[in-house]
Structure formats: C-alpha cells, structure tokens
Design a protein around this ligand. Structure first.
Ligand code: TA6
Length: 297
C-alpha cells in the first residue's frame, strides 16, 4: 500500500518530552530539530513560510549540513543530509536522571551515492535536559579502501526578540571570511559581535564556547562545542530576506544563526575510522554556574 504524503508527514516527527512543557521536536526530513521548548518557551526560529514538503530544506530550527557547506558543484547547497529522510535509530527514551534521549541515523543510499559516491554512516544522538539540548554526532567510514572528506555544521537558527540587541562572545581576534564582501578575510576586533546589517561570516578556529545575549525573554544562551573549529554567523537582513521564498520579508529581526561546524578545513576520514563532534545549547539562568565549574564539582 503506497504511503500517502499525509501518512509520511505524520510519521516524520519525533518528540522528546521531558515534562514541565519542555520538549524537543525533530523532523526526520534532514533530522532537522524544528522546535525546542523550555517551560513552554520556544528557543528556535522557524519561518512561517518554511516548507515541510519533504523535499526542500526546512527554513529554520537546526538543519544538519553534510557533506558540503555552501555551494557545491556536485550537489545541493549545504549538502544532501538536510534534504534526506533520516532513520529513527532509537526512539525517545527517558534516562534515570529524567533526561530524554533519542538517536537518529543516516547511511549512504542510492540518492546520496548518485551525488557523492561514498559509503558512510552518521549517528545523531540528542539529549533533552532541563535547560539544555545536547547533540552528539558520529561519522563512520565503513569502506575498506576509500577515504572521504566532508564539511559538517549545525545550522542553528536561534529565535530572538530583536537581533539588533544580541551580542555574541568568543569571536574577538578570530579571522573570518566575509561572504558579504567577496569572501575577503578579516580579523574580528570587537570584544562582542553585534548584528546590525546583512551578516554572513565564517569565523575560523573559534574557542569552544560562545554566549549569545538577549535571546528568548532576554536570557543568555551558551553554545558549547567540541571538534567544531568554525562558527558561522548569519542574518539575511532586508534584501536577502526578499530573495528567499520560504522566509518572510519581516522575519529577519527575530532570528540569528550561530552555527558550529567544520567549514574551512574539511575532515578527512580514512577507511574504517570514525569522527565525533558535539554541541550543547544551554539556557543561562542568571546565577547558573558555568559548565566548567559544574564539571569540577
Ligand atoms: O550559513 C550561512 C549560509 O551559508 C548563508 O550564506 C545563507 O546562504 C544561509 O546559509 C542559508 O542557506 P540556504 O541554502 O539554507 O538558503
């Protein structure tokens, strides 16, 4: 019996529910996190014009960029992972400490090999904690002969009341490729980065932690990353917003992309080897001790 689009759509969404109106919703189309609600407050931006047709990338949430960042002569912009249906490897499961975990996976198939003829397997483990969302990624090369290289990035769309009031730490002194100025290379001189115009920058060799101020309800968000050396900062502002059919002309003030990834130097994966990377998004409640102090306890 053919699977109807409606049935497909219905079975495309996985919800991690930790109780207390704290949930995380993943669409199997791209394993795109399309919602993260903490005490009923949405933390991620999804465009009101986003497409959920199971073909186009979802405009918002956290699309998974792999194996290519940006334009690609062999295939779609930002790779095929965000437009491919992933497998639910392990259904949402409540852990002993009340956190909820689920695992998604993507393996090479006829479609991916028609674009990029390599065997691969990705596991994507998400853990929903009280005020945190954890992302653990493993990329494995099952081939006996062939190595492959790839970019990988979590294209996180943060929801913000007013992007002009946001500040991003952890970029001072970093070199960046400015896609708004013919990809010229510059060095960041500001202690905190603000966004008051079209911004599209690939910051290189950034530290493991960024704090973004004035996200939902004026709070701060800590982004902690491991094995993701680069950070992309993006806001399309007025003109670029108009160029995107799946993005409202008036939506740019309410989103800020802070994207952890491997962009400037691709990862090379030898046969039979694996690569791991992770990201933690943490809502900072003033007085909330930093991750380091918590760990040293
Ligand atoms: O990550 C920033 C960026 O590469 C921008 O250049 C902009 O193109 C954005 O991604 C969105 O790309 P998309 O393919 O989703 O339209």
């Amino acid at each position: 019996m053919a699977t109807t689009a409606a049935a497909m759509a219905a079975t495309s969404v996985v919800v991690l529910d930790r109780g207390n109106n704290t949930t995380c919703t993943i669409n199997l189309h791209g394993a795109t996190v399309v919602s993260w609600r903490v005490n009923n407050q949405e933390q991620l931006f999804v465009s009101k014009l986003a497409s959920f047709d199971g073909k186009k990338a979802i405009r918002g949430g956290i699309p998974f960029v792999f194996p290519q960042f940006g334009a690609w002569s062999f295939g779609p912009q930002h790779g095929f992972a965000r437009i491919t249906r992933w497998h639910l490897e392990r259904a949402p499961d409540r852990l002993h400490n009340g956190d909820v975990e689920a695992i998604f996976s993507l393996m090479d198939n006829e479609f991916t090999r028609s674009i990029w003829n390599y065997q691969f397997r990705i596991t994507y483990r998400l853990i929903l904690r009280e005020k945190e969302l954890h992302f653990h990624i493993g990329v494995y090369n099952p081939s006996k002969e062939l190595s492959f290289s790839f970019n990988m990035l979590l294209h996180t769309y943060l929801k913000v009341p007013d992007v002009r009031r946001c500040q991003i730490t952890g970029l001072h002194g970093c070199h960046f490729i400015d896609k708004t100025r013919e990809n010229a290379l510059y060095q960041e001189g500001r202690e905190v980065v603000t966004v008051n115009e079209w911004t599209d920058r690939i910051y290189q060799h950034t530290p493991q932690e960024h704090v973004i101020t004035n996200v939902v309800s004026g709070r701060k968000m800590r982004l902690h990353k491991y094995n993701f050396p680069d950070t992309v900062i993006w806001n399309p502002w007025i003109d670029r917003s108009r160029e995107m059919s799946d993005f409202g002309d008036d939506e740019f003030p309410n989103m800020l992309c802070v994207e952890a990834g491997n962009v400037t130097s691709p990862v090379i994966l030898l046969p039979g080897t694996a690569f791991e990377a992770s990201q933690i998004l943490q809502i900072i409640i003033e007085g909330n001790v930093s991750r380091k102090t918590k760990r040293n306890r």
